[in-house]
Write a protein that binds this ligand. Structure first.
Ligand SMILES: Cc1ncc(COP(=O)(O)O)c(C=O)c1O
Length: 506
């Protein structure tokens, strides 16, 4: 696909571009060209996303008679066998953080034992609420609560909830700040200030809860720019955000300075430790340079830390933490007039999976401090070797100074072609943009013997191939390239919505 060079338009104000885009899209020739290009990209994607089409039974309505269980189990086993190879062998960035067979078997056994439980019915399943309270307390204490709570009454202690994942934890915190600011400050047009590197879950929260998201460029080290964020504060600002570390470049924002800025102005501060919450405390104990990022800092008022990432629990849980119950109470929902009885629910879901909560609890108590220390040591050693190996490839450079999420780019080659070439060797890496780069989030999967060496060997070969074949266009590389430079954001957003439609196609 030939894509126009749109770099020139990057200096035109975004608002003008949005208007121009609206008019351009209304021109029939432009519309039909766009539809054609979109159709080509989607047809290519459909082949990759629907590999089972025509090879497995597919259902768009209920079968008249239920299928035999053993037949369904065999089908599921076959799918799992086919799909597990890549992540089991450590070819994937992030995604599966532990993945050892005995660990998975244990977590599955715990889930199976508690698959029917639901903390919505606290009297029926007091075990589920016990597990939830203990996962929250263990996570809080790992993240500085013991120090922060000293000398304070229990209601001012660090507290929290279990959610379904990092996104829900972040959304709960933003909704909580919105209601807190409205009630205590009378702010009706709330804004939050965050670095451009913070996860899109914050924009999603902004979109859902009517909070303006004010994104500030990061510094040359890819960390949040404290002075820039200070300048972005207004009378409507309710919180600031920093990541420990950020998803794109794996660097830790200057949380001490940012949270102090927030504290002095009476604002909230959220440390997004979804990725690093279960790594950084252990990294610090192992002697790695970890700046303060948690509740030991008096200005940090909320945090998110994902049990389902480096907490090594099953997918579907995360912890959101608050400095004191008064703040957390803005997260809660109660209904007192419903004919169905009095109703209350702490998080977004009503019913919640007690099995997953039990699995998170069982993971934490079987890993213990020693287990997390050992696992973190292995991840960080492997990441160090990978970082050095990537930096030694003359065409590549590592972005910033990361610990375990290693982003790299190139000043001489199209990095997306390198990523695509790695794809042909089975590697599934994350494409980043602004600037163009690729990252690998190192997990326990990469600590298996030979995986890091194979990665570096394949990366050297991929770089050599792209260098020696400058005329080769690649299939997805131009799309990635376009995503980073196209000034018409609406076009890209339309394409992504069509992609989601495609996911729902039977
Ligand atoms: C820093 C950070 N925050 C938030 C999230 C969102 O987490 P989830 O995908 O569990 O919703 C991620 C996911 O990778 C992340 O890396």
């Amino acid at each position: 696909m030939d894509l126009p060079n749109l770099d020139l338009l990057s200096h035109v104000p975004q608002r003008w571009l949005e208007v121009a885009e609206k008019y351009l899209k209304a021109i029939p020739q432009v519309r039909s060209r766009l539809d054609k290009e979109t159709g080509t990209v989607l047809a290519h994607l459909e082949k990759r996303l629907k590999p089972y089409k025509g090879t497995l039974p597919s259902f768009d309505r209920l079968p008249a008679q239920g299928r035999p269980r053993d037949e369904v189990l065999r089908e599921l086993e076959g799918l799992e066998r086919r799909e597990e190879t890549r992540w089991k062998e450590g070819h994937v960035s992030g995604a599966v953080y532990h993945g050892a067979e005995d660990h998975i078997a244990f977590v599955n056994e715990v889930y199976a034992l508690h698959s029917q439980s639901n903390p919505l019915h606290a009297e029926l399943w007091p075990s589920a609420t016990k597990f939830e309270a203990e996962v929250v307390a263990m996570t809080a204490n790992m993240l500085g609560a013991a120090e922060a709570n000293t000398g304070l009454p229990p209601e001012q202690h660090i507290c929290g909830s279990l959610s379904s994942g990092g996104t829900e934890s972040i959304m709960l915190a933003i909704k909580t700040y919105r209601d807190w600011a409205q009630e205590t400050r009378g702010i009706t047009r709330p804004e939050m200030v965050l670095p451009i590197s913070a996860h899109p879950a914050f924009d999603k929260a902004a979109h859902y809860f009517g909070v303006k998201s004010v994104r500030v460029p990061v510094g040359t080290d890819y960390r949040a720019d404290v002075a820039g964020m200070r300048r972005a504060l207004t009378r409507n600002t309710i919180l600031l955000v920093g990541s420990a570390p950020s998803f794109p470049h794996g660097v830790i924002d200057p949380i001490a300075e940012l949270s102090e800025l927030a504290r002095k102005r009476g604002l909230g501060f959220h440390t997004d430790a979804c990725l690093g919450g279960f790594v950084l405390p252990w990294a610090k104990r192992l002697g790695y340079p970890v700046p303060p990022f948690d509740f030991q800092l008096p200005g940090v008022t909320t945090m998110s830390a994902d049990t389902h990432k480096f907490g090594y629990a099953a997918k579907g849980t995360s912890v959101v933490l608050y400095r004191g119950q008064a703040l957390r109470s803005h997260q809660y929902f109660t209904a007192t007039e419903w004919p169905g009885g009095i109703y209350f629910s702490p998080t977004f879901s009503g019913s919640r999976p007690g099995g997953l909560i039990a699995a998170a609890w069982a993971t934490l108590v079987t890993m213990g401090e020693a287990g997390y220390l050992e696992a973190t040591g292995r991840v960080l050693e492997t990441a160090k070797a990978l970082k050095e190996g990537i930096s030694a490839i003359p065409e590549l450079h590592v972005l910033g100074d990361p610990l375990f999420v290693i982003a790299f780019g190139s000043n001489t080659l199209d990095i997306y072609k390198v990523m695509e070439r790695m794809g042909t060797r089975g590697w599934d890496l994350n494409g980043l943009h602004k600037p163009a780069a690729v990252h690998l989030c190192v997990t326990l999967r990469h600590t298996q013997p030979g995986v890091a060496e194979r990665f570096l060997e394949d990366l050297r070969a991929a770089v050599a191939h792209v260098r020696e074949n400058p005329g080769e266009k690649g299939t997805m590389a131009p799309v990635y390239g376009m995503a980073g430079t196209v000034p018409f954001r609406g076009l890209l957003s339309d394409l992504l919505k069509k992609y989601m439609d495609l996911l729902y196609k039977v």
